[in-house]
Design a protein around this ligand. Structure first.
Ligand code: SF4
Ligand code: SF4
Length: 172
């Protein structure tokens, strides 16, 4: 196997145990190219939004193809194939061990579960983990726009911890 092949295999192995970009935690959108991404574009045509260049389209994450794993891995868009979060880049570049990356991913996954459990306590319409994180992201933006970010952080310490982990490990 070539060095390139080894890296591709390492990335594939890490990403298939993670999925945190697919859930909208580590990434916000999937870009869908006019050519080459037809399988995805056809399957999710209703969710796609035309980009300002008038050619590409994008879909806001979480991705509807994610069901614990990518349900169309062999046909995923080229953006998914090429995307590397900071964590993955560091593992591939040797700056972070695979064990440490696994620990970080597992910690984030556990905290997302805890966040959803806390958020949904007593709700008649519980949200999924990814919907919970997205709802809090939206609340956070609203609070920031109203100048109430400090109070929002005080009221949502679990979400704050996840934002910290996201910025420390996933977003360069
Ligand atoms: S968040 Fe990073 S490690 Fe996880 S699936 Fe996405 S690119 Fe891979
Ligand atoms: S198509 Fe697959 S790899 Fe791409 S965002 Fe959706 S679930 Fe993730």
């Amino acid at each position: 196997m070539t060095v390139h092949g080894n890296k591709a295999s390492a990335a594939s192995s890490l990403c298939q145990s993670c999925g945190l970009c697919c859930t909208g935690f580590a990434c916000e959108v999937v870009i869908v190219k006019p050519e080459g991404d037809e399988a995805y574009a056809d399957r999710f045509a209703n969710g796609l939004v035309l980009a300002s260049d008038g050619q590409h389209r994008f879909l806001e994450l979480p991705c509807p193809a994610f069901d614990g794993n990518c349900t169309m891995y062999e046909q995923r868009p080229s953006d998914c194939r090429s995307y590397q979060c900071d964590l993955l880049e560091k593992v591939l570049g040797g700056a972070l061990s695979r064990d440490k990356a696994d620990q970080v991913i597992s910690e984030v996954q556990g905290r997302l579960r805890e966040l959803a459990t806390e958020y949904n306590a007593g709700r008649s319409d519980p949200l999924s983990e990814q919907e919970t994180y997205a709802a809090l992201q939206s609340d956070h933006l609203c609070a920031r726009e109203k100048g109430l970010e400090q109070r929002f952080w005080q009221q949502n310490p679990k979400y704050l911890g996840l934002v910290f982990l996201r910025e420390k490990y996933f977003v360069a």
